[in-house]
Design a protein around this ligand. Sequence first.
Ligand code: FAD
Length: 394
Amino acid sequence: MEQHEVLIVGGGNAGISLAARLLRDGVRDVAVVAPQPLHRYKPLLNYVGAGEATMADLERPMADVVPDGCTWVRDSVESVDPGATTVRTRGGRTLHGTTLVLCPGLVEDWEATPGLLQAYADGWVASTYVPGSTPQVWPRLSSLREGSVVFTVPPEPASCAPTALKPLLMACDHWRRTGVLPALDVTLVLPAATATGLPEADRVLEEAFADYGVAVLREARVERVDWDVHALEITSRTGRRVLEDVAFAHAVPHYRAPGWIADADLAVDASPGLVDVDPETLRSRRHGSIWAIGDAADLATRPSGGALRKQVDVLSRNIAAAREGKELKRYDGYTVMPITLSHRKLMLNEVDRDGAASPSVPFIDPFKPRRWAWLFDRYGLPHVYWHRILRGKV
Ligand SMILES: Cc1cc2nc3c(=O)[nH]c(=O)nc-3n(C[C@H](O)[C@H](O)[C@H](O)COP(=O)(O)OP(=O)(O)OC[C@H]3O[C@@H](n4cnc5c(N)ncnc54)[C@H](O)[C@@H]3O)c2cc1C
């Protein structure tokens, strides 16, 4: 059996930045279990969907982002034995961690929306959330001249769900500038009554929806997709309706945590099955040597890459503190939901767990759309991500 001081499951934003930070903080033996050959900076997917970036801008070989000194186990975890703090992999290995950190992100719940997977395979539906389909989004959106187009925001749990508005609002801006907006019926399917649940941000967004003429279905979900006739069946607070002859649908799947978390009795519930941790200390409520951060953890706040900056810092300190019997640090639920209002303006929406403004730059209103914020999100943050966040320097 392979042994490691800290064993991390998942090599996404959470796993790689935590591994780098732990090594910087002096942990000598860190291993990451991650199957995929590529690492993606996911926030740029929305800019690919708006014709503002390419997939090459957001993908790097995993081998280039695994930190020096970290063991990369190129395999996929299939089960956990929490009592023994071991994991079993698809390749048949058993790995032990004195400390075990779970950050495998979320998986698509295709069964939640019958017909959606076939619609992706057909090419009629694509979205920035399904990377294999993302390169199709902008060619489809930018070539529309008339007809009906539908966008959805996925219900929680989902990865920084309000950012699914980015392709919608950048496309509306493009259609207005090219003169086709009046010929399009644009519908937005929102899982809740408003887009973010943050009154200041929602006020700005409602103005944008009205300004672009977007019809908003609230407390709504896509129940099924009839991909062969290009129709979506939707229930909302105003009842059930079928949208027919939809020219293009940016329909984001629903999500859940990987099933092996619930199978190991580490989840809050069977479905969506997020890891049951203390949302402040990030430690499993059931096993003291197990911790979780990122999209798969139940942290009582919106998951985001921005949130991980704080989570990684707290977790790295807490792993050391737990070993030394010291008091644990607390994560305040900080998160960020950057939303573009047009092709050149963005509001950052940085908040704490209670939804109160929590700007990284003091005294800056995080709900005000700004041009520099768009440029920072598109060009500044990717640089910070590759060169600082993934190297454990933030
Ligand atoms: C389209 C999109 C746009 C976004 N925009 C923003 C934004 O603008 N700002 C922002 O802050 N955040 C944004 N986010 C959210 C941000 O990208 C996520 O919160 C962040 O990537 C979560 O990191 P993670 O490591 O928890 O999960 P992931 O990044 O999903 O990584 C999980 C990793 O674990 C691996 N894994 C899965 N199962 C196993 C297994 N069984 N064994 C081993 N490894 C496994 C996966 O292959 C994956 O690489 C966006 C997300 C998406 C999808």
